[in-house]
Design a protein around this ligand. Structure first.
Ligand code: ACM
Length: 544
């Protein structure tokens, strides 16, 4: 497997250019005031610390007397005969080459003691790393990452990036030194599912934006990207069985405008791009509500046989597939079967939220017909937690995604008592579209304001009554896009809250602590500046 270089940022953004210029100017002024003649770049080549990694690793043992320096002759050496290790090696070299300008050849590791450079090996890791963790050793002569899988090596590489100076993330060559602090990290995730969701239905976000978001979430060891592919305002995936869904149902978005959709080839390319970054795509077709785009595209899906007009507002709960018509089920089966065939991941998300135009009995009848279709397509059901309603059957392995604002919910505890797993996305904690404060211009506030500490300071393992840690598959940070139009909007809402949710999913609870977290978060700021991420400079975080 070979990995293409990370997708570059496509557009300069005026506010970013302005902030970089301001920073440059102040550096020059400071230098002049000190009587120095210095040419400065925006981010200093400050060394990173082993205690600054986000998400916090399970175990960190710094060796403060030791530093490794990546030099021009360094190589990336990978487990002999392993395509995944070679793939992760090519990915790492691609990142390091951009800022160091070094050749960084990737080659199979010689047997015996790891040589100088960066080695990615599939032998010798501490058994505690499991199938997603890694062990990272930094000595004066070498960096060695050991894991049991490509995913583990990939996660170790994300940690290594954070141990290098922030300028390592630059898209252009700059001066070193490229130092890595010495010591050992042994690390593994608390939960197997660490997700982000992007609503590409309310406002369509093109594949390039999604790829860059995948690069962003992978930095923080998030391993699932849930794509909300359909809603009242748009249908975003072309399917051969029902071409009008995308061609007509995808032709607009919130506020009007031309919308858009992914061709099957684009979707498959996204899936592959994500897989190369050990991110699994979870596609969602939201049903039976949130379906105006489908109802507008095919009249037969409406109980009265009349297609409504396309919708570009932001109301919810007014639409429903006709649950009493057989043609609805033919439609759903066609859609799920075709989507499953281009989705290698285990889950199909069937939505199920806010079906206010459907009676509880109709809702249960609908979901009870649809869940076996997901299983029939070889996939596991995921749905918003309303699928946990007592009248809805359990289906093996199904996952209820909690999006409520309370810490007790009977639909979730009922689902769990029947064997369901839970992904936690409490809206007043994990929704990235909530405003940070009353003065945030983007976003919504129906679940409250979500400052960084609110996003961080809760325990997914004990959050919901009747949902023990053993029933928690993980966490997910959804970003709904009623008000989110551009890639800059996405980044502003995601950073720094996305890393907070990522840490809840990855780090052992024993590492949890707001004061340490906000200091580690502050150390990420210079990295985001170098990457051009226009993040929210929360006053709760002691940014440098
Ligand atoms: C949701 O926010 N309606 C899942």
């Amino acid at each position: 497997m070979s990995l293409p270089a990370p997708s570059g940022s496509a557009r300069p953004h005026p506010s970013r250019l302005r902030s970089t210029a301001t920073r440059l100017a102040s550096v020059v002024l400071l230098a002049a005031g000190a009587g120095l003649v210095t040419v400065s770049t925006a981010a200093p080549a400050t060394a990173a610390s082993m205690s600054d990694v986000v998400p916090a690793p399970a175990s960190v043992r710094p060796d403060s007397g030791t530093t490794y320096t990546l030099g021009p002759d360094a190589r990336v050496l990978t487990e002999p005969g392993s395509a995944p290790a070679a793939g992760v090696g090519a990915y790492l070299a691609g990142i390091l080459r951009r800022s160091t300008g070094y050749a960084l050849p990737v080659a199979p590791a010689p047997s015996g003691t790891p040589a100088s450079g960066v080695s990615l090996l599939l032998t010798g890791a501490d058994p505690s790393v499991g199938d997603q963790g890694y062990q990272l050793d930094v000595t004066a002569s070498a960096v060695v990452i050991r894991a049991r899988t490509g995913a583990g090596l990939f996660n170790g590489v994300q940690t290594l990036r954070q141990l290098l100076p922030p300028r390592i993330e630059s898209a252009t060559v700059g001066p070193g030194p490229w130092t890595v602090p010495g010591g050992r990290i042994v690390d593994h995730p608390r939960f197997g599912y660490r997700g982000a969701m992007l609503d590409v239905a309310r406002h369509f976000h093109p594949a390039g934006t999604v790829k860059r978001y995948i690069d962003r979430i992978a930095l923080y060891k998030i391993n699932y990207l849930h794509l909300h592919l359909s809603d009242d305002q748009g249908w975003r995936i072309a399917l051969d069985a029902r071409p009008r869904l995308a061609a007509y149902g995808g032709s607009t978005q919130v506020g009007g405008g031309s919308g858009g959709y992914y061709t099957k080839a684009e979707y498959q390319d996204l899936v592959a791009y994500a897989a190369q970054r050990y991110v699994t795509i979870v596609p969602e077709i939201d049903m039976p509500g949130h379906t105006n785009a489908a109802l507008a595209s095919y009249a037969e899906l409406n109980c009265d046989g009349v297609a409504p007009p396309l919708y570009t507002g932001t109301d919810v709960g007014f639409s429903s597939l006709c649950t009493s018509k057989e043609s609805t089920y033919t439609f759903v089966k066609d859609v799920l079967t075709e989507l499953a065939a281009i989705t290698p991941g285990p889950y199909l998300h069937i939505g199920g939220d806010e079906a206010h135009a459907t009676s509880p009995a109709q809702y249960a009848a609908f979901v009870n017909r649809v869940q076996p279709m997901v299983a029939g397509a070889g996939k596991t059901v995921m749905g918003w937690h309303q699928i946990g309603a007592a009248a809805v059957d359990h289906s093996p392995g199904r996952v209820a995604q909690y999006w409520g604002t309370t810490t007790s919910d009977s639909q979730v505890s009922t689902a769990v008592s029947r064997g369901a797993k839970v992904v936690l996305s409490p809206a007043n904690r994990a929704y990235l579209d909530m405003k940070y404060t009353s003065s945030t211009t983007l976003g919504q506030d129906w679940a409250g304001y979500v400052e960084v500490r609110t996003a961080y300071d809760w325990n997914p393992g004990s959050y919901l009554r009747g949902v023990p840690s053993s029933a928690v598959l993980g966490v997910e940070a959804p970003l709904w896009t009623e008000t989110i139009v551009t890639e800059d909007d996405i980044e502003y809402m995601a950073f720094p809250r996305l890393p907070a949710i990522a840490e809840l999913g990855w780090s052992p609870w024993s590492t949890h602590g707001w004061d340490a977290f906000r200091r580690r978060l502050a150390a990420q700021g210079p990295r985001w500046d170098v990457m051009g991420i226009g993040f929210y400079r929360s006053p709760q975080v002691p940014w440098a």
